[in-house]
Design a protein around this ligand. Structure first.
Ligand SMILES: CC(C)(COP(=O)(O)OP(=O)(O)OC[C@H]1O[C@@H](n2cnc3c(N)ncnc32)[C@H](O)[C@@H]1OP(=O)(O)O)[C@@H](O)C(=O)NCCC(=O)NCCS
Length: 113
């Protein structure tokens, strides 16, 4: 297969607050691979790793409201919608974006295990 062995996307810890034991994830994936359930599967594995191996108390995901698929991935990973900050992020082209927040805390994650 043409893509075998090649990266098709990434997941990063974009924010880590050691004092509050909190990590925030960001992700993106090549268009050819969208809507196959790949990102929820991969993000769930990273969330498990952060709780089980790193020992965080909370994992968050935020996304631009205009990228609803990203919020759907957060929901499919068991995160709860926590609200939207209006015009919270200014892009390099000067557009102000509304940003939605999702989170899962350790006690919720433990119940899924
Ligand atoms: C977000 C992203 C990683 C999703 O990964 P994925 O592996 O395709 O995720 P899924 O296979 O679960 O499919 C996306 C889900 O979003 C839903 N979705 C897609 N477009 C949508 C839209 N416009 N409105 C609402 N839901 C939408 C799909 O129906 C699917 O949900 P379902 O399984 O309940 O039907 C991928 O779309 C992406 O890289 N997007 C561009 C980058 C991006 O937005 N990054 C986040 C920055 S904030």
């Amino acid at each position: 297969m043409e893509y075998e062995g090649a990266p098709i996307g990434n997941i990063s810890v974009v924010r880590l607050n050691e004092r509050s034991e909190y990590a925030e994830l960001g992700y993106c994936m090549g268009y050819a691979f969208w809507n196959k359930g790949l990102m929820p599967e991969a993000a769930k594995a990273v969330i498990d790793y952060l709780f089980a191996e790193i020992g965080v108390n909370r994992v968050g995901i935020s996304h631009a409201v205009k990228n609803p698929a990203s919020g759907r991935v957060a929901q499919k990973c068991g995160l709860t919608f926590e609200g939207t900050k209006r015009e919270y992020f200014k892009t390099s082209t000067g557009e102000f974006l509304d940003i939605s927040y999702y989170g899962i805390i350790r006690s919720e994650w433990e119940k899924t295990k």
